[in-house]
Design a protein around this ligand. Structure first.
Ligand code: PMP
Length: 441
């Protein structure tokens, strides 16, 4: 394994103490605080390839990949060089530049979208796509699925998955999923069960005429990994019969599950798509796009207002451009990611079996979740039955052995193109030992 057990966490503890005094919970995004797994969150100092190095100098095989963006691994030379070059050209203009045109053309070519608009996060992308759908259709209701997370806009913080499942003790699981979201807002968001085509058909028959859009994670990462059934995908396509737009939230899956995301992999044809994470190559970028007829409703072309001081920022665009170009230049990458993840899944299942620990492993492409339960896990309700205490023991066992797994039962891990045999063997060795700790617990 990559580090001695019991490596010091003194620097992380000191930083966490300081952070808690000046930042709520000591972090700038909740799941980083290790609330559901316990222990001190590791404060990172640097990242390279498949590894993170924390403030105490401890190195970890990284399975977070910054929660998705780092599909090429950290500190990729082409991405770093592009960002440095962009910084030398000026970090923000408040006027358009060539990089956002290049990236828009590339995104349109790869995804089949006719037009895209860049924003600064996945949250902004989904929020803006919903406003656009409402403006385009003239309807006010939207529909989402239980346990799907689409960022933290008010209308979407309803039955919203991972970060909220992890902190369910504080937030509760009833709609809305956050304090500060008025019931009146939440009432405009209808909720159906993922992977339940009958429920979706029934709701659409009843209320389809007033629903502007159905937004969904084509493969769910935010309840842990959930795979859509073919019947559910068919039901999603049927929502159009009611004049309702289909919005694929590909923030997590876009450019990850294939060059054209989950949409490409599953043969989906949404009206609008939302992107984030990989599209910015580790810098803050989101985007939404689709048919020109719809996108032309966005200002200044159309009546739906949406803007951003730093939208299309040249530094952020440069990282996205270099990342998507590197993906284009390496057509074998997705097969390698799939193969690594498949071997990881098989190795983890064997290790759990050997230790006598019951798990259900869901995985697709380079996304994977080890649910601590017998399974099958197809819905949020299924996922919620997992043994989160057992997961926490396993997570700590991995961390002590130099493997940084996602610090919640209800998250996907993300494999990168620079995870290879060395990382796989180190991970499986750590996992075998950690499963034994779970069994002994
Ligand atoms: N949609 C999905 C599917 C996501 O996974 C996320 C973030 N995990 C978001 C939207 C929100 O993106 P961001 O955190 O960049 O606002």
């Amino acid at each position: 394994s990559t580090q001695p057990s019991g490596a010091s966490t003194a620097q992380s503890e000191a930083l966490f103490d300081r952070a808690r005094r000046v930042t709520p919970g000591g972090v700038n995004s909740p799941v980083r605080a290790f609330r559901s797994v316990g222990g001190v969150p590791r404060f990172m100092a640097s990242a390279d390839g498949a590894y993170l190095t924390d403030a105490d100098g401890t190195r970890y095989v990284d399975y977070i990949g910054s929660w998705g963006p780092m599909i090429l691994g950290h500190n990729h030379p082409a991405v770093r060089d592009a960002v440095v070059q962009a910084a030398q050209d000026g970090t923000s203009f408040g006027a358009p530049g060539w990089r956002e045109v290049d990236l828009a053309e590339l995104v349109c070519r790869v995804t089949g979208a006719q037009k895209v608009r860049f924003v600064n996060s996945g949250t902004e992308a989904t929020m803006s796509a919903l406003r656009l759908a409402r403006g385009f259709t003239g309807r006010k209701y939207t529909l989402k699925f239980r346990g799907n997370y689409h960022g933290h806009a008010d209308a979407l913080l309803v039955e919203a998955g991972s970060g909220l499942m992890t902190n369910a003790d504080q937030l509760g699981t009833a709609a809305p999923s956050s304090a500060g979201v008025p019931d009146e807002y939440a009432r405009l968001t209808l909720v159906s069960e993922y992977n339940d085509p009958q429920a979706l058909d029934a709701l659409m028959r009843e209320r389809g005429h007033e629903i502007a859009a159905v937004i969904f994670e084509p493969v769910v990462g935010n309840a842990g990994v959930l795979l859509p059934t073919p019947d559910f995908l068919s039901a999603l396509h049927r929502v159009r019969e009611h004049g309702t737009l289909l919005i694929a939230d590909e923030v997590m899956t876009g450019f990850r599950l294939s060059a054209n995301g989950a949409t490409g992999r599953l043969g989906l044809t949404p009206d609008l798509s939302c992107w984030g994470k990989i599209i910015g190559g580790g810098l803050p970028v989101g985007a939404y796009g689709g048919r020109a007829e719809i996108m032309d409703f966005v200002s200044p072309q159309g009546p739906v207002y949406q803007a951003g001081t730093l939208s299309g920022n040249p530094l952020a665009m440069s990282a996205g451009l270099a990342t998507l170009q590197a993906l284009q230049d390496d057509p074998g990458l997705y097969a390698r990611l799939d193969a690594y993840t498949e071997r990881l899944a098989q190795g983890l299942q064997a290790a759990a079996d050997e230790a006598g620990v019951t798990v259900c492993i869901n995985h697709v492409g380079s996304m994977l979740t080890v649910f601590f339960q017998a399974g099958p896990v197809a819905t949020y309700t299924d996922a919620a039955r997992s043994d989160t205490a057992a997961f926490a023991v396993w997570f700590q066992g991995l961390l002590r052995r130099g493997v940084y797994w996602a610090p919640s039962q209800f998250e996907s891990i993300f494999v990168s193109g620079v995870h290879g045999d060395t990382e796989l063997q180190a991970t499986l060795q750590a996992a075998r030992e950690a499963f034994l700790e779970v069994a002994a617990h």
